[in-house]
Ligand binder design. Structure first.
Ligand code: ZN
Length: 296
């Protein structure tokens, strides 16, 4: 092992977080840079690592969709992101050229899953589903200790789910599908449907019953496909008080006893099966750092 520390980048739609450290317990430097244009944001990212280096290698946890197939000529390029100026951008290539070090890539959601698995709410569990509900909906799965990916990374947020009768006049907010899961249940969908952000609605608003039903639909579908041993549901929307309990109750009702296993038998068991993350908003950057450390 080298004596140089590792670098991590969590590249998000609103900010890029950059960290340098030898381990999650030893973060030596961290900064947050607003996501504006690729050249403006990335010149500051490069400057940070050049000024605070040398580093051994870098883990890149990127917003997506991003090409993660190493055999593709577009490996490391952002693909169909609606984010202005970033669509098609060669994020990995740009950073490699400017920093000239080994860079390991995964999605921000995969990095958050990695950190929760190694340090947080999923420790010791090798079949794990991580879902984040915020500006969009993202998901990643660990299957027998390996990230589930094939043609590309998972895109759980764009599953199609039934639209509820009481919500039929709402079109949804996904730029590609309108009323896919993310289109009906992400933070922006709440704000568009009710005219207020989730945190301004108050905990008694009937928005949360609808939200819990929609989240349960998607989670049940992902559960039935990947059969995780635990599900971690995070993101800004899940910070609304009581929502996780409503989601669990709806999942319990939807499954209707079909999966006859102790972890799903009753609501008390579901409290251990469907949990909030324990690392909060730092999971992405910690995961990126641990990716660099594990691959080096
Ligand atoms: Zn969609």
């Amino acid at each position: 092992m080298s004596s140089n520390p590792y670098g991590g980048i969590e590249a998000g739609g609103t900010k890029f977080s950059c960290a340098i450290g030898t381990s999650p317990g030893d973060i030596q430097q961290i900064i947050h840079i607003p996501t504006t244009t690729p050249s403006e944001t990335l010149s500051k990212v490069v400057e940070f690592f050049k000024n605070n280096g040398p580093i051994e290698s870098l883990g890149l946890a990127a917003f997506g969709p991003i090409e993660i197939n190493k055999k593709s000529p577009n490996y490391g390029h952002l693909t169909s992101t609606p984010k202005e100026g970033w669509r098609g951008f060669d994020l990995l290539g740009y950073l490699k050229e400017k920093l000239n070090i080994s860079i390991y890539l995964e999605t921000d959601v995969q990095s958050a899953l990695r950190a929760e698995h190694l340090l947080g709410a999923g420790q010791g569990i090798d079949n794990l589903l991580y879902i984040t509900v915020g500006g969009g909906i993202g998901g990643a799965s660990l299957v027998n200790g390996h990230l589930l990916e094939g043609l590309m990374h998972q895109e759980i947020g764009h599953m199609f789910i039934p639209k509820l009768e009481e919500d039929k006049s709402f079109d949804g907010v996904c730029h590609f599908h309108n009323d896919c899961w993310e289109g009906l249940s992400s933070g922006p969908s709440i704000e568009t449907r009710w005219g207020k952000s989730g945190e301004d609605l108050g905990i008694d608003h009937n928005a949360w019953e609808l939200e819990a039903k929609y989240l349960a639909y998607g989670i049940v579908n992902a559960l039935l496909v990947t059969m995780p041993e635990r599900i971690i549901v995070g993101g800004g929307v899940m910070k609304n008080e009581g929502l996780i309990d409503k989601v669990r109750l709806n999942i319990y009702k939807m499954l209707n006893g079909y999966i006859d296993l102790p972890s799903l038998t009753n609501l008390e068991a579901l409290e251990k099966y469907i949990v909030l993350p324990s690392l909060g908003s730092s999971s992405g950057i910690l995961g990126a750092l641990m990716l660099a450390r594990s691959e080096s």
